[in-house]
Design a protein around this ligand. Structure first.
Ligand code: AMP
Ligand code: MG
Length: 311
């Protein structure tokens, strides 16, 4: 395996997730908080850094939480049109651009289809094809209109919904890092359930982020050494069910309405900011090896690692 190429991938039958080795934690404060549906962990020289990160994640979660009736996203999903906050405006603008760049592999409007598959994963049962077809009619990133001047976001079809699950954590990382820097904190590692930002260094050395075999915890299959970079992993090993040897996961191919089936088990992307890493990891997982690499090259990401499922 080659670990020094700028852009590379390797193939393997095992699945991975990103973990943080414990060796360099001793001089750091380590704090955890459950927010945005995941455990957010902050390693930082001071307690203040962790508090800043958690406050920012909680603030953004109040806007973006798909499951809370009180969130701004829920209000939009219910009403079909609202005057959006600056944060929601940015996320919608970015989402539309990423959808265009990925030829629709990334699409926040696939929420009605995502809902169906999340229920299927809970019940471990395949949904009705007719139900998927019906939900697909309510999707399409080009059916969102965003008026930059007034800030009004509107759906072109009644019943449309958005789900920011594949982009919100990356965005929150970028916002939290800006807040840390504004307070003069230039060293921290934030891990939001596999979406990670490595701010500065760990006492002069790059932060070490390991890629581990999820089936054999403790077996490291690769390491990343990062200084002021974001890294995100998307894969089919956390939320899924299997029927007749096929794995159905929570990442949907918006073009088919079915879980992505591109032959990849996981994708890890290293980029300059959290939003790019988060979105591209999801989009490349949908696109598969060849088209995924093309997209990664177009965005000049620092590193991309794909783990292919051998069938
Ligand atoms: P991630 O773990 O970052 O890859 O995001 C996965 C989550 O994003 C899922 O749980 C869904 O809520 C949502 N999602 C699934 N498929 C897509 C897709 N193709 N484009 C955008 N969001 C998606
Ligand atoms: Mg993502």
């Amino acid at each position: 395996m080659i670990f020094n190429n700028k852009l590379f991938y390797f193939f393997c039958v095992i699945f991975c997730f990103v973990f943080l080795p414990s060796c360099s934690r001793s001089q750091l404060v380590s704090r955890r908080c459950f927010v945005m549906g995941t455990v957010v962990e902050v390693l930082c020289p001071s307690e203040a850094g962790a508090t800043i990160v958690f406050d920012e994640f909680k603030r953004l979660d109040r806007l973006f939480d798909y499951f809370s009736d009180a969130s701004e996203v829920s209000r939009l999903n219910k009403a079909g049109s609202i005057k959006a906050s600056e944060e929601l405006k940015v996320l919608i603008r970015e989402s539309i651009e990423f959808s265009r760049d990925s030829n629709g592999a990334f699409d926040i409007t696939c929420a009605p289809v995502v809902d169906i598959w999340k229920k299927a994963i809970r019940n471990k049962a395949l949904p009705d094809e007719a139900e998927i077809k019906k939900a697909l009619r309510l999707t399409g990133w080009d059916n969102i209109s965003l008026d930059e001047n007034s800030g009004r976001v509107a759906f072109k079809k009644k019943g449309m919904k958005i789900d920011l699950g594949a982009i919100a954590k990356g965005f929150a990382l970028d916002c939290a890092v800006r807040k840390l820097k504004a307070k003069g904190i230039n060293s921290a590692l934030i891990n939001a359930g596999g979406q990670i930002y490595c701010l500065g260094t760990n006492a002069g050395r790059p932060w070490k982020v390991g890629i581990q075999d999820a089936r054999k915890k403790g077996d490291v299959i690769g390491s990343l050494y990062l200084d002021t970079k974001a890294v995100a992993t998307s894969g089919d090993y956390e939320q899924f069910f299997e029927i007749n040897g096929r794995r159905y996961c929570h990442i949907i191919d918006p073009r088919t309405g079915y879980p992505a089936d591109s032959g990849l088990g996981s994708v890890t992307v290293v980029a300059d900011n959290g939003i790019t890493a988060d979105v591209l990891a999801t989009a490349i997982f949908v696109l598969g090896e060849n088209k995924g690499l093309e997209l990664a090259k177009r965005f000049k990401v620092s590193d991309v690692r794909m783990i292919k499922e051998v069938r």
